[in-house]
Write a new protein. Sequence first.
Length: 276
Amino acid sequence: MSPVPAMGAKPHVRPPKGGRRYRMTIAYDGTDFFGWQAQPNKTTVQGALEAALEKLTGETIRVHSCGRTDTGVHARAQVAHFDLKLPWETRRLQHGLNAVLPAAVRISELRLARPTFHARYDAQGKEYRFTVWNAPVACPLHRLQAVHVRLPLDVAAMRRAAAMLEGTRDFAAFSANPHREIGGTVRTLWRLSVRKQGALVTISALGDGFLYKMVRSLTGHLLRVGLGKVPAEETPALLESKLRTARVETAPAHGLCLWKIHYGAIPGLPKPKRAC
C-alpha cells in the first residue's frame, strides 16, 4: 500500500531552548463546537484547548492537531502536540487541563514527545467511524452521536459497494470541494467496512488520508445503496466520473467520529516507510 500522500514538507520547528514538546490524545463531543480549528468569536475545540493551556501555564500556546474536524463531528482519539517554554510534569498538566476544559472535551493521554514529533506529518493513517441508528423509532440515547434511519438498510448491498471503494483511487467524486484539494484527490482507502449489531450500523473507514467531507460522502453513498436508491454496482462508475454531483449525498456530521490516528505500523498493513 502507498504511504500517506505528501502534505508539504515537515516543519523543522523545535521547542524553545529549555522547553518541551508534549503529545496529547483528546476526546470530544463536537455537538456544541464549530469544528476543531480556532475561529474568531466561535467556540472551537482548538480554541478551548489553547485557552485552557494559557490559563494553566500563563503561556500563549499554539496547539497543532493531526487534522481538523468539521462542525458537529466528534473525536474519540484526536492527536495534537504543543510546546511549553517551562517544563511541566505530564500527569499534573493533564489533570490541570481536564479541570478547566469544558465538560465536552477531555485529554485521555498526555506525554512528552520527541522534539521533532509532529501530530500531522508523522501520522500514517486515520480511522473514522460513522454510526447509524436503524430502527423505526429513534433512540434518544444516541441522538447526538448517531444518525437515525427509519427504513431498514440492506447491509449486504452496502458491503458490496464498500468493497468497490477500497484501494488507491481518485476520490474526487466523494470530495465536497475537489478543486481545492491540496495534493490532488488520490487517496488509499485500506478498509471500508459495514457492521450491524442490533439497530446500530457502524461504517468504519481506515485510510492514509481523507478529502474534505470524504468519509461523510462515502457514508452518504452507502446509505443510499442500503435504502435501495442506487444499486451497489453503480459505485465504480461514480468513482470513474471524478465528478461531484447530486448523486453523492453528504451524511450528517453528528454521526461521524474520528476514531483513531495511527502512528508507526498499522495492524494488518505493511510497515510504513518512516518511523514515528
